[in-house]
Design a binder for this molecule. Sequence first.
Ligand code: INI
Length: 157
Amino acid sequence: MKTLQGAFVGAGRKVAIVAGRFNDFLVQSLIKGAVDCLVRHGARDDDIAVVRVPGAFEIPPVAQMLAESESYDAVVCLGCVIRGDTPHFEYVAGEAAKGIARAAATTGVPVIFGILTAETIEQAVERAGTKAGNRGADAALAALEMIDLYAQIRKRS
Ligand code: INI
């Protein structure tokens, strides 16, 4: 039996991070966690680009452009959507998830979903670098793993 799985190699990897500005207090922590994770795995700070967009709804088209640019090995999408009193949350989070999945499926470049979707601000805070970890760092790690996995699969086919 052969098991294929990606290694966490940061050296030489070029990664774009697309981050919403909405709920910026929390998104800043996600960006910090993602950059810290990439650099600690060997990526060069100069090889990481952070691209800011207004909110999570705007992340997919920009992620798609970056993935198609052939300048990055992976695109990490970061944002924070918190449920309010209206159905707005469903539209924003739903479109972000669908668009990111589409970008990943159509470009052949790993496009990673690192958007926090939370019922409350407290839940979001817990996942942005406090007691439930940092979703930005998790997303960066997933990006490194997927870059390496894609390379292995391409080499074999
Ligand atoms: N954008 C977010 O990233 N998070 C949210 O919680 C949010 N809410 O709740 O409204 C949000 N809305 C803005 C949206 O992403 C777009 O920027 C806006 O609708 C303009 O297209």
